[in-house]
Design a protein around this ligand. Structure first.
Ligand code: SF4
Length: 335
């Protein structure tokens, strides 16, 4: 039986060979800090996965053509892409990081001598589905922040005829990325998505829903500055601008670095990096605006619809106000 093929292609020296070794479960590719060590493409088979697959490591595509062997290394990466297109047409999953800038005919992002937008469309044409890795690919992120001079554009706005699975986050959580691909390889289908195209299993709840500081929010106990006593006590960071109440992601459950911590645990509020236009939704250190609404705080993205952020913000503001009022009425319930 022909095994599925996973080709790792990208910029040089960004961890492709480390990922290759990790998936293989042994040190097959040479890993050093020197770019350009991986030259020929390297094949391996991952047998411990629920569905075995073939894996290809490549030296990557580089815009710096005067580096030693640069063009030869590039040809190897292009050959891996060509092999995927030719031998697995209609079967492969294209996982894309970054977004194509459309201004000046795509000249602001040249990969392997050609505009990224061209390469993206070429690879997407034969794909079964496209995974948009990270906030750049999913939402545009910092490249698309106003005034967006390069016209950086998220994947779903340039690829219209394929299912797009968005995995936002700046960066996305490693376990979430692998969890989405593992689901697709194991069940041979796309995971259930919310109305914005994000897998519900990781983006179905807000950071706020599972945040370990939530009891402080409910009790009306808030840090008022970064170094006050409330901050040292680990109180809620809502008044310091935390975007956890309007941000859908798995940070407060999966956490980061193999579950070690996440921004709120290290004392900084969530900046909402997995939500659309988060760079333009600042300033990050001001509390969410108060907008009064009859809706409560426990609605999810699907039920709320297009006004999700504003409505939840309102609910949170109302909830926080009620918590604070309760605390004033009953001084023994809070700080
Ligand atoms: S506002 Fe932020 S810090 Fe406070 S409970 Fe919600 S997510 Fe946690």
């Amino acid at each position: 039986m022909k095994l599925p093929l996973v080709a790792i292609v990208g910029a040089p020296n960004v961890g492709k060979s480390t990922l290759f070794n990790r998936l293989l479960g042994r040190r097959r590719a040479i890993v050093t800090n020197e770019p350009g060590v991986t030259r020929d493409r390297l094949y391996g088979e991952v047998r411990q996965a629920p569905r075995p697959f073939r894996l290809v490591d490549t030296g990557g595509l580089t815009p710096k053509t005067d580096a030693p062997f640069a063009r030869d290394i590039e040809r190897q990466a292009e050959a891996a892409l060509e092999e995927t297109r030719r031998d697995h047409a209609g079967e492969y999953i294209l996982a894309v990081e970054g977004n194509p800038p459309l201004n000046e005919e795509g000249m602001f992002c040249i990969v392997g001598g050609r505009p990224f937008i061209e390469q993206l469309k070429e690879m997407a044409a034969g794909a079964k589905a496209v995974v948009a890795w990270g906030s750049c690919a999913s939402n545009g992120c910092v490249q698309a922040a106003k005034p967006n001079p390069t016209q950086a554009t998220p994947i779903h706005k340039v690829i219209h005829d394929k299912p797009i699975i968005k995995v936002p986050g700046c960066p996305p959580i490693a376990e979430v990325m692998t969890g989405v691909l593992t689901y697709m390889l194991t069940f041979d289908r796309i995971p259930p998505l919310d109305r914005l195209g994000r897998p519900k299993m990781f983006y179905g709840q807000r950071i706020h829903d599972k945040c370990y500081r939530r009891p402080h929010f409910d009790a009306g106990q808030f840090a008022e500055s970064w170094d006050d006593e409330n901050s040292r006590m680990g109180y809620c960071l809502y008044k310091m601008g935390c975007r956890g109440p309007t941000t859908y992601n798995a940070c407060s459950t999966v956490r980061w670095n193999e579950g070690v911590s996440f921004p709120i645990q290290s004392g900084h509020g969530c900046i909402g990096c997995s939500e659309e236009n988060f760079w333009d939704n600042g300033p990050f250190y001001e509390r969410l605006a108060e907008v009064h609404t009859p809706l409560g705080v426990e609605a999810n993205a699907d039920r709320i619809g297009a006004t999700a952020a504003g409505v939840i913000t309102a609910g949170v503001a109302a909830h926080a106000a009620i918590s604070a009022l309760t605390r004033v009425r009953n001084p023994h319930s809070g700080e």
